[in-house]
Design a protein around this ligand. Structure first.
Ligand code: KG4
Ligand code: ZN
Length: 342
């Protein structure tokens, strides 16, 4: 097609992602991860992630070009995550992107990582309709976005006031003695448990639509409630079902996420919901979203999990949309923004 060939670079956390996209066609997507190095610390160490990005960057670019069968001089534009994320890791990606832009004399587009999590769905399920709602949930973010145009008009309706959904799962995983990251382990246990066994608090639900935090999330109170519930049983030497705790906790998170998201869709007359971010792998969220979207007549779009976790395709997809929308390129003097707003 006549669409520009966009090279996307993602380094906001522990994944070095490089992908090539033309229009909404993904040519290749290469990812290198330093998660194995972080797992033993129980969290991401920014310095370790930065060094891993530095080492993986050129090989990952070369692998993406090689697998896609294109040469560097065919690239029409470079898109890179400028934020939000970890400053050191972001700097490695932005530096690489600037160098390419200068060397190739091609435009540079610094883009927003969170919007990228929504944009990647266009590579899988096609161009977005007029208006979509996007729920971006991961270890780092829980945001509800109203997307009128993924390239130029995205409004954040709400986000987490404290922990992200994945982060809450990881913290509960730690207190239940599960390995890091705890999210997938809780998911697995929860599938064997009774979600109605314990009624954990939902938090921020009773607000009216007009209320300030109508579409914001808060998971730290829920996490504390789980900790207290478990401690009380342990102190009393009482046995309890780990599966029931996991299922009841996961149910509370999925309930709040889906209830608020669907309320926002109805309030804004949106009938397409995109879910992205690594936490969209969560079974309880997937099941509840599928059920409640079907009831509400909302089309649910969730990309395959490899496009939900951090990757280069999401940045190339957003870059492609931005270039096609005719947005002006970024200045070559751009910095990074760890808490970049939309
Ligand atoms: O997007 P992602 O890969 O990394 C960033 O947050 O940047 O998301 C990973 C997060 C972790 O907190 C992980 O525990 C959580 O998503 N997660 C899950 C599941 N798979 C990943 N949480 C619950 N259930 C899962 N199946
Ligand atoms: Zn992410």
């Amino acid at each position: 097609s006549g669409d520009p060939l966009v090279l996307g670079i993602e380094t906001s956390c522990d994944e070095t992602g490089v992908a090539l996209v033309r229009g909404n066609d993904l040519l290749f997507d290469a990812v290198a991860s330093s998660m194995d190095e972080h797992a033993r610390y129980g969290g991401i160490i920014p310095e370790v992630a930065s060094r891993a990005h530095l080492e993986a960057m050129v090989p990952t670019i070369e692998r993406s070009l090689g697998e896609a069968g294109v040469s560097l001089d065919e690239v029409d534009a470079i898109a890179v995550t400028a934020g939000p994320g970890l400053v050191g890791p972001l700097t490695i990606g932005v530096s690489a992107a600037k160098s390419l832009a200068v060397a190739l004399d091609k435009p540079l587009y610094g883009v927003n990582h969170v919007i990228g999590h929504a944009a990647v769905d266009q590579l899988v399920h096609g161009e977005f309709p007029e208006r979509v709602m996007a729920l971006v949930v991961s270890g780092g973010h829980s945001s509800l976005l109203l997307v009128d145009d993924v390239a130029t008009s995205v409004t954040e309706l709400g986000s987490t006031l404290d922990d992200a959904a994945g982060e809450a799962f990881d913290k509960v995983g730690r207190l239940l003695g599960l390995p890091y990251p705890g999210g997938p382990h809780i998911d697995r246990l929860a599938r064997e448990g009774d979600p109605t066994a314990i009624r954990f608090p939902r938090g921020l639900t009773a607000r009216k639509d007009q209320a300030e935090h109508a579409y914001d999330f808060s998971f730290s109170g829920l996490k504390t409630a789980v900790a207290r519930w478990v401690e009380t049983r342990q102190d009393a030497g009482e046995a309890f079902s780990l599966e029931d705790v996991a299922a009841s906790f996961a149910d509370a998170v999925a309930d709040v996420l889906t209830a608020k998201t669907i309320a926002a869709c109805q309030r804004h007359g949106v009938d397409t919901l995109v879910v992205g971010g690594g936490f969209s792998a969560n079974s309880q969220l997937r099941d509840m979203a599928a059920l409640r979207c079907a009831e509400a007549g909302i089309e649910l779009r969730i990309p395959p999990i490899r496009y939900c976790t951090d990757n280069g395709a999401m940045i190339a997809a957003l870059g492609s949309a931005v270039v096609r929308a005719g947005v002006a390129p970024s200045d070559l003097g751009i910095g990074v923004d760890s808490s970049m707003p939309l």
